[in-house]
Design a protein around this ligand. Structure first.
Ligand code: NAD
Length: 251
């Protein structure tokens, strides 16, 4: 479905980003994987893609990443996926952590959109897919930087969609609830320790208490949704927050 397209995917060394790289490569796209971790080079090799190591918490590094990626070919599909979580009560949230998280989760997506849009416009086709979160729509305590950034990412998604609609470019966000990735697996272990209950109970009773379906989402489920948004079949969908939340926000 993606033959002849080139996709740049950030944070593609693990979890959701890795699954998206695998699915897009399977569908014939040329994939450029970015990650902070050099270990992601092996993932790129496994899917037959290129690897550009870059730390998105550094604005200059984001600029350099875009230049490197554009040298490899015009970018048709941009997936802003890289992310991290830090948990502190707001009055104890370190300013430095706040700044780093806002840079990685919100400013880097803005920068990559800014730098790759001209080549999409020129070709009159493009797909921007921002991996937001259910926490782009609702809040939970102690995640102020993450939730502020993800809410902001939805605002960016809508604004960009309005600006580029006439060029055959769509810009959408996916808002998943908890996905089975290393990011979440470490939270499960932490919560089990803190609450003194087995890990098996953390998922159903604590993490997914507000959800209708009490299971984790698999990274491949998010990747297949991203594939749909990247395809021509989704050309009428833009400026949207695609909710994949196990019924969490239905409450
Ligand atoms: P993950 O930790 O498995 O993967 C994130 C990847 O991003 C890692 O490979 C990491 O090295 C990379 N990364 C982190 N900081 C970076 C930086 N400064 N520069 C470059 N790369 C960096 O996490 P995941 O769960 O796959 O998360 C991917 C995205 O999905 C994130 O934006 C996250 O907020 C979002 N998300 C995750 C869940 C979930 O439950 N796992 C739910 C909703 C949204």
């Amino acid at each position: 479905q993606l033959k002849g397209k080139t996709a740049l995917i950030t944070g593609a060394g693990s979890g959701i980003g890795r699954a998206i790289a695998e699915v897009f490569a399977r569908e014939g796209a040329r994939v450029i994987l970015n990650d902070l971790s050099p270990a992601a080079g092996a993932v790129a090799e496994a899917v037959g893609g290129a690897f550009v190591q870059a730390d998105l918490s550094d604005q200059q590094a984001v600029y350099d990443l875009a230049q490197r990626a554009l040298e490899l070919g015009p970018i048709d599909i941009l997936v802003n996926n890289a992310g991290l979580q830090r948990i502190h009560p707001v009055e104890e949230f370190p300013e430095e952590t706040w700044n780093r998280m806002l840079q990685v989760l919100l400013t880097a997506p803005f920068q990559l959109i800014k730098y790759t849009l001209p080549s999409m416009k020129q070709r009159r086709w493009g797909r921007i897919i921002n991996i937001a979160s259910l926490h782009g729509l609702v809040a939970s305590p102690f995640k102020s930087a993450y939730i502020a950034a993800k809410h902001g990412l939805l605002g960016l998604t809508k604004t960009v969609a309005l600006e580029v609609g006439e060029y055959g470019i769509t810009c959408n966000a996916i808002c998943p609830a908890y996905v089975r990735t290393p990011l979440v697996e470490s939270q499960i272990a932490d919560q089990a320790r803190t609450l003194g209950i087995p890990e098996s109970e953390v998922v159903g009773q604590v993490m997914l208490a507000p959800a209708a379906i009490k299971r984790l989402i698999e990274p491949a489920e998010v990747a297949e949704y991203a594939l749909f948004l990247a395809s021509d079949r989704a050309s009428a969908i833009t400026g949207s927050a695609q909710v994949m939340d196990l019924g969490w926000t239905a409450r």
